[in-house]
Ligand binder design. Structure first.
Ligand code: SAM
Length: 274
């Protein structure tokens, strides 16, 4: 007897993800997490005059951080509307930045064309992890740097994804993006190409007036949360809302009713390629 097993249709998964990231308006969320991009550009020691690529750049946070450091910055994302916002932001600051619509799994860039390749909460979401990592290594020059910021599975965003998955299961058979927030997975993805990998835990704070304001903001502007609410009926939406409010209140470091602050922990990895 021949048993044929088929994996998930990753092209279909990616097409659905692209639609999800095009919904809401991620640029609104991005403006609350600029710190992580500025910090990563600094940790990666982006040099003035060097060539830098920001993979899955969204509205351009890390690309613009790199351009502010006087580098030749390129940003790639597969959502054209976000690329448009990124171009406007760079223009407002008078920065010359090359933004391209493209896929992290098939980067629109030549081999060995960048000194530094960054990705802030971006590459982690492409479904083929090894292909994405291989693409990032391919476009980085020998001795160059790949620097990543990735949410950790046991942090707030990891728990938020777990709560949402309890209501709307993720596609079966697709590796979790949160694996990129673990040192073992980063070593698995880049170890063969790396001469050094240095990882540190970092915090991106999320500050809102109330836990409800946080959930309202995310369900309006953050595509994955919006998609989860849209997949549920009214009763399901109500339970998800309550669960997310409870989660945000539980993670609030102040606990005094005067604005919440949620520590979003992530892994920052700076990888030196051979
Ligand atoms: C959480 S956002 C982060 C955006 C940006 N790096 C930032 O820090 O603001 C994730 C981004 O990854 C992009 N993305 C996800 N999968 C992608 C893929 N396969 N190719 C290109 N972009 C992708 C989405 O469009 C979205 O802009």
């Amino acid at each position: 007897m021949t048993i044929t097993t088929t994996g998930p249709d990753l092209a279909a998964v990616k097409a659905k993800q692209q639609k999800t990231w095009s919904s809401g308006d991620f640029a609104k969320v991005a403006s609350t997490i600029v710190l992580s991009s500025e910090r990563l550009a600094d940790s990666a020691q982006v040099r003035a005059g060097s060539d830098v690529l920001d993979v899955a750049c969204g509205s351009g946070n890390a690309t613009i951080a790199a351009a502010r450091n006087a580098s030749n910055a390129v940003g790639v994302d597969y959502v054209p509307q976000l690329i448009e916002v990124a171009r406007s932001r760079a223009a407002l600051e008078g920065l010359t930045v090359d933004f391209r619509v493209g896929d992290a799994e098939d980067l629109p860039a030549d081999d060995d064309s960048f000194d530094t390749v960054l990705s802030v909460f971006g590459a982690m979401f492409a479904p083929h992890h090894h292909r994405t990592a291989a693409e990032m290594s391919r476009v980085t020059r020998a001795g160059g740097t790949v620097a990543l910021a990735s949410w950790t599975p046991d942090g707030f965003i990891g728990e938020m994804f777990a709560v949402i998955s309890g209501h709307v299961p993720p596609p079966a058979g697709v590796a979790s993006p949160l694996l990129w927030g673990t040192e073992d997975h980063v070593a698995d993805l880049f170890g063969d190409d790396a001469s050094d990998i240095s990882s540190t835990q970092q915090i991106q704070p999320f500050r809102y007036r109330t836990a409800e304001a946080f959930v309202d903001f995310f369900r309006t502007w953050y595509g994955p949360t919006l998609a989860a609410f849209n997949a549920l009926d009214e009763a399901g939406q109500s339970v998800l809302y309550t669960d997310l409010v409870d989660l945000a209140n539980r993670w609030d470091i102040h606990q005094d009713g005067r604005g919440i602050c949620i520590p979003g922990s992530y892994l920052e990895s700076v990888i030196t390629l051979r």
